[in-house]
Design a protein around this ligand. Sequence first.
Ligand code: PEP
Ligand code: MG
Length: 941
Amino acid sequence: MGGYSRVTCRWTYLNAFDLGTLPAVRATDHEEPSPVPVHAKNASGAEQQKFVYDFSEGNKDLKDLLGGKGANLAEMTNLGLPVPPGFTITTEACKVYLESGSEPAPLRDEVSTHLAALEERMGKKLGQADDPLLVSVRSGAKFSMPGMMDTVLNIGLSDESVHGLAAQAGDERFAWDSYRRLIQMFGKTVLGVDGDLFEEALEEAKKVRGAATDVDLCADDLRQLVEQFKGIVAKQTGRDFPQDPREQMDLAVRAVFDSWNGDRAKLYRRQERIPHDLGTAVNVCSMVFGNLGPDSGTGVAFTRDPASGQQGVYGDYLQNAQGEDVVAGIRNTVPLAELEKLDKASYDQLMQIMETLETHYKDLCDIEFTIERGKLWMLQTRVGKRTAAAAFRIATQLVDQGLIDEAEALQRVNGAQLAQLMFPRFDVDAKAEQIGWGIAASPGAAVGKAVFDSYTAIKWSRSGEKVILIRRETNPDDLDGMIAAEGILTSRGGKTSHAAVVARGMGKTCVCGAEELEVDTKRRRMTAPGGLVIEEGDVVSIDGSSGKVYKGEVPVVPSPVVEYFEGRMHAGAEDADELVKAVHRIMAYADRVRRLRVRANADNAEDASRARRFGAQGIGLCRTEHMFLGERREMVERLILADTKEERDKALQGLLPLQKGDFVELFESMDGLPVTVRLLDPPLHEFLPDITELSVRVALAESRRDANENDLRLLQAVHRLHEQNPMLGLRGVRLGLVIPGLFTMQVRAIAEAAAERKNANGDPRAEIMIPLVGTVQELEIVREEAEQVIAEVEREYGVELKLSLGTMIELPRAALTAAQIAESADFFSFGTNDLTQTVWGFSRDDVEASFFTAYLEKGIFGVSPFETIDKDGVGSLVRDAAAAGRATRPDLKLGVCGEHGGDPESVHFFHEAGLDYVSCSPFRIPVARLEAGRAAARGTR
Ligand code: PEP
Ligand code: MG
């Protein structure tokens, strides 16, 4: 309706599927600042910042400095786990480089010192001709950014040392393959050569040899390919592939620094709300090889199922493969359990290490490992990403195992995850044509038109279409398309493929590895077994919880978590869903510790009752203008047009019983709980006919000479009341003050309804709220009139009503003069929608369609300030006004009823600002309860 934006809309109710624009599970959620960096002494004994740490010098709490990967490699090293030796260049070094364009001066020497120590330990030198030490150079920021930044493997290989490697490994083919991989990776990431040129040369070599995969190429083929690759580098860059190993390393480190500001990385950070100024650390790690034959391999493992939380053996293993092959999803993996048959000793050791890690980190860990000729090496671990359902289940499992307490369990889940669980699922009973089955990689039910490339996904979604992005596998270049799509379907790759990892992080539905579906991106079609063809534009449905893929649109049903909140599923029942049990327990923890009360924004008995079932402790905002819509709109029109007192009184008399009836119902459904009724606050144009339409109607009628008297009056009034920006015009208390009798009619309706409920033995707890107050004088006038009316009603009904009267704080002037306003208010409710609009000078109707996208893209906003409270600006006014109000009136009740009341991050802010309650739309109440609990528990851990 009107120009109201999605986030600030006052006229549409959020329904079951509209949980606001809750963010995906945020990478930054559970993090606490790492301890401050350590300093080192330089050669002359002076203290200087230390830019390089050996793995044995760090620990898991140094993520700010060493990045997640570096900190965890250090932790594993210190736990005595088999980590290939290496060192980490800090994020501080990266920051200096990004700010100044060159590495900090001491870095070179520090790297030399650590490299020398590493060489000493390994008994060989970097790139040594007869037995080269090879290293990987890997990015590793504080927050995981899978595939977003660069990594180069096999640094140290050259025309000379490739022979040394061949001799040491006893494997010519392996050495040449390693060298070809280095030139390819280095060429693409460090020297900026188009990666397709290498891929095409590789494909050509396979064709010539008749090889199905690169494994079928022999040493000679690979030697030739190396020559070709070197030729590509020389031609594209005008320089030879560097033969000096140290130069290779330094250039690779620099490329990793640069990749922090690559487009992909920036986009990902915006999505995940990761600050842009953190920089990345760089890990230089001695190479171990999973591609030395069948007794070697590489894999990814989870200590629990990241999709369900179930304990067990989860992961993928790829025999005779190196590094990124598993994550890239390029070749199909085998389930980790099969490793037991392939290499029992390594498997047993891995299981033991996984147990050690889970007990040590007290959480689900994910792991990357490599087996080099039967020797297991740990390449990475971190507290693993998980689905929303798994997060709740794991948190309660860990409490049961005694590994964490309830306060910690609350930090292991968040409101965004809970919101995800409240999304609907496919109706299992619906007749649906299943056409394939893949891996359930990220839950949810997504329906949309099939598209086969990211460009189309973006284009179609911009024109309002819902799309499912279908690819053979995704890679970081697909990120934009994945963001635009409702869901992602791939025909290759496991649970740890790019598509799966990224979709889970975004909270987006994903089915991957649906191998029987033949995806042909060139012809934009997918063929199911039996020959059924899905063309671009055909509707498909994908179920990220079961992995099933359907043709056409499958109907959806509410989630069991919503059923539980609605009271239709009992968490204590034997057959209750595991997930529902976990949610029930977590919500109970949150309710036990939270200080903030949670109320609902609801305007009718139905919404109020639902809100109550969802745990609302009252109504924080009943927008009475909603009660004047529909048939009653005409009555309001008459009120606005009334020229005489008689006409006005008649209109008001017509409205009074209707309003009273509304309130009786509302008070009944919220019996015993506070109900804040806000007096009328419509921008006036909402109640008057559209000026253009009316002008045309009148003009046409005049040309036919049968102009209607009422229309003419209406048009005059519409012209008189027309405002350029009605959101800043005759609204709220201003309207109440210029239309005599309007507010008193509403106060009477509230008071009479409350009196009626009292006489019926009810317990109504009405609070009357005045909108858009800018100065205490406005409030004083309304208060005086309201008190008179209330006293009259009390006399008429013979009851004492104890109605409290307060105000919204939604204008900067109200916030700035809160101390005065509190003299006339029993409570403040912060209207952060209008406060955001007025503090920023944005029109809430227009901005999101005009320049917000550009602002988000430029990183001026991490997120719309209408969605998450702008702590520094709007937030500081809230904080100060709350304190000033309380200084005047210590018992002043403080709440918030703008959309921010249901936003996870904002709830934490309101907790810290000392408010008494937040109020939000009914479906966000569980989220607000949970976040209020998390905010309170955070300090108690
Ligand atoms: C607000 O401004 O924050 C508020 C709750 O009022 P409305 O959205 O109805 O203007
Ligand atoms: Mg408002």
